[in-house]
Design a protein around this ligand. Sequence first.
Ligand code: FCB
Length: 456
Amino acid sequence: MSITEESASAFMAPDRPAFPPGFLWGTATSAYQVEGAVGQDGRGESIWDRFCATPGHIADGSSGVVACDHYNRWADDIELMRSLALGAYRFSIAWPRVMPTGVGEVNQSGLDFYDRLVDGLLAAGIQPFPTLYHWDLPQALEDRGGWPSRLIPEAFADYAEIVVARLGDRITRWGTINEPFVVANHGYLTGEHAPGRSSLADSLAASHHVLLAHGLALERIRAMSPAADVGITLNFTPAFRTSEAPAAVDRFQVSDDLENWWYVNPIAGLGYPVRTTARLAWDQAEVHADDLAIISQPIDYLGVNFYTRKLIGAVEGERHAAGPETAMGWEVHAESLGWLLRTLHARYAMKRYYITENGAAMPDTVRRDGRIADDDRIGYLRAHLGEIQACIADGVPIDGYFAWSLLDNFEWAHGYKYGFGIVEVEQPTLARIPKDSAYWYAAVARSGRLDAGDDR
Ligand code: FCB
């Protein structure tokens, strides 16, 4: 029996407990990936606008100029979420919409959009869960040095304050930053994401400044909205070593530390992983006296993004025999999510966790009775939710789950080639067409039971 079949049969058991009452069932998106409307109502340029405009950066030559046009279709999208019984929506706020050059002048029309969105969500009974930064830095701030510069965390705290002043009376849960690892690594080391720079020194400086930005914003949000929950979303790709060779041990350590523990460790008050700071000869000149205290102020929750695991051997790019894969070639390995959540809780004992992103790009080519029969995505969601349910039963305080994504959207350097949505966005009409996984997920959300999805 395959791993997925084994987990699936466990969920079908009639005595399978329901998820706890109050568990949040949501979906997630991010501003640049869904909003479009990049030139509307005074929005400033972001690093992704500039990056996409350079040929060769995006696989299909596309951009977020139109994306899902969520900026104009938000009311329909809320209605869609309501019809799918979703109780929460994790979205991000575009800094360049609120502050076109990142500092100084505030664009009220930009804030008005999020104001409408939040009111609309609340009226539909959907809890808004905004993230303040999901990678769309104002280009003007990149021109002033970008994340390797200490100017950015300070500007970010001011921006956070402006957003909270406008929305804080209605928001009970804030996220500061999405996936600091990807900001620092893909943006400033590998260059595969905006702004497309490639320097280890810049990447390490960026990694620290992103965390500092989180800490400074956390202080401001707490001061203005003491009752709100504030946290950060980190991505984790549990890494496993496939060889004892010294080169494998070394590659594993650097990769595992940078991707998995580099951010959570300082947040938990444990500083940057020592072996790897030494291995990379990082002198930490950017880390000023109080920074680690600012970064390690208690958070109310840790947001966990999980998609796949990583097997690491001695050679870069080596292929390992592994389980089933998504359309992007990411191995489907739900047990690694269970391992991750138990490990995080054993090591760091955070107050609570949300799974802020989890999902899969699948081919979406099978049609049945005119429907998009994405049984593979349903299998993925079911297996991962099963792991979460088992972790909750073991005492890991997990309070909600956000499927990535509500909509097929702009998948960064891959453009529109891969769809993670439980809802298809038809081209070129942009019509929203729920896939079978959306109906499956709605049944689960409505009942709090995984087997309800299959019985629907
Ligand atoms: C995560 C990102 C999200 C999306 C998914 C597939 O790393 O946070 O925007 O691209 O991957």
